[in-house]
Design a protein around this ligand. Sequence first.
Ligand SMILES: Cc1cc2nc3c(=O)[nH]c(=O)nc-3n(C[C@H](O)[C@H](O)[C@H](O)COP(=O)(O)OP(=O)(O)OC[C@H]3O[C@@H](n4cnc5c(N)ncnc54)[C@H](O)[C@@H]3O)c2cc1C
Length: 546
Amino acid sequence: MKQKIYDYLVIGSGAAGLYFSIHAAKHGKVLLLSKDKIKDSNTYLAQGGIASVEKPSDSFEDHIYDTLVAGDELCNLKAVEMIVKEAPTVIDDLIDLGAKFSKETRKGFYSLHKEGGHTKSRVFHFKDATGRELVRALTKNVKSNKNIDIMENAMSIDLLTEHQKKKIPKDQKGVTCFGAYVLDNKSDTVLKILAKATILATGGSGQVYLHTSNPSPATGDGIAMAYRSGATISNLEFFQFHPTTLYTGKAEESSFLISEAVRGFGGILKTRKKKEFMHKFHKLGSLAPRDIVARAIDAEMKKSGDPCVYIDVTNYSAKKIIDSFPNIYNQCLEHGIDITKEMIPVVPAAHYQCGGVEADLHGRTDVRGLYAIGEVAQNGVHGANRLASNSLLEALVFGKKAATSSKHFIEKTKLEYSGIKDWKSENPENIEEKIIVSYLKNNIKRLTSEFVGIVRSKARLKMATKMIDLLLRQVRQYYNTTRLTKESLELRNLADVASLLVRFAKFRKESRGLHYNLDYLEKDNENWQKNTRVRSSGRASKKDVN
Ligand SMILES: Cc1cc2nc3c(=O)[nH]c(=O)nc-3n(C[C@H](O)[C@H](O)[C@H](O)COP(=O)(O)OP(=O)(O)OC[C@H]3O[C@@H](n4cnc5c(N)ncnc54)[C@H](O)[C@@H]3O)c2cc1C
């Protein structure tokens, strides 16, 4: 078996992983893993932008206030203050690293969008493809940095902890992370990669649902691996559904986003009969917070029986629409919809996971040497609901913080790597029938979408508990007896995440933020649980480890 040792093992190449790597490489040798190609991430798809206070009419207090209101009393004030106050420095740093942001045509100032839930215009963006520009600039820096090695098509399987050691010390208290087993898809081999600090930057888990704006790598691997290794997972019941993704009438692996900025621009939500309906649900109409818009659309669709609703921008000039949203215009045109002339058909889709691997203000988890940054982490910034354009900011600020913190950790800690077992394949069955994986995957996605989606209830969660237990057993049986592949690993992670989603949704006996339960329609400020938490015994599956 091949074995490598790095100062930093970074799992994931989105905003969090790329930015962490650039800062950590100043202090040591980094290995950056990407499950597919570097650009295959949620970050690449981000359209709206990055929130940062810039105008004299805006203030840190306003940005903090808007974030706390969205978070519905569950944000950690210190974490929110940190990202808001660090935002201008991060924007300057990104510009120094070569990232471009759109400017106002006449005055030369940066053009700042106003998005749903924000009381001021403060969203830095590059046209309507901010994520793509961010990935371009950061990747260029990462690729030219001699202290960063990059492995694409490399999927981490499980984290290395004491449980993969031949002998677990008797006085073992907490668990330590020593790196990860990684499936190198190019050579079809498993590597044992040792590191002084391991950074989970694996993004979200939108693929656990039937409709999602997330790309295919977003299968919740980081949460599943961290959970299996004994790290605390928290607040998973808060899953944000983007209210408006393009409805094409076909089954898509990932749904194209019709950004919040389209409604900020003046787009109005309407029914098939061209009737505005949002005023019935919120005083801000089409600009109401995402969760309210998603539930309103869900209710309208259930009432009318239509498979979608629409956003109407046709009362604006074609030039203005195309100049503001060239990407959205072209994507819709590819599906035969000219948004300058006709309404855009939209449906809600799973978009952002607010909960995740619990981490402190430095990105540290409760597994020693393991950091969690970006969407995989739950660090108190988003609470029960995320404010638009705060997540790229969070990924970047925490990426930089974790680089400083892990540098100190590496300097003062000497990890003992001896005795960590090698991976040894046990000649399991090589089942070529992909139908089994797709059957199990579809059942998991249907279950989450029907029972742990936008609207939940006691009866739905009870049913979901029974069904997910059965599915989990079937997935484990399949995983343990067949050849290891990317697909089987993803299936196992999706099953673990779905099971956690159901457990978390059952914990919260109230409706708050993104968690909406028909049997508990109100917030319960007397008996409520601030953060919900789950922690496993930390014994990852022993399959193929000798
Ligand atoms: C369509 C869309 C639009 C959005 N628009 C905005 C916006 O305008 N503003 C905003 O603030 N937020 C936006 N978001 C949310 C934001 O993009 C994400 O929260 C953010 O990009 C997360 O960054 P990340 O680095 O944590 O994860 P990601 O960017 O998702 O990167 C995760 C990386 O981990 C890799 N990975 C996963 N599992 C493994 C594994 N087992 N082994 C190796 N690698 C692995 C993936 O391949 C990927 O490279 C949007 C999200 C979507 C989907």
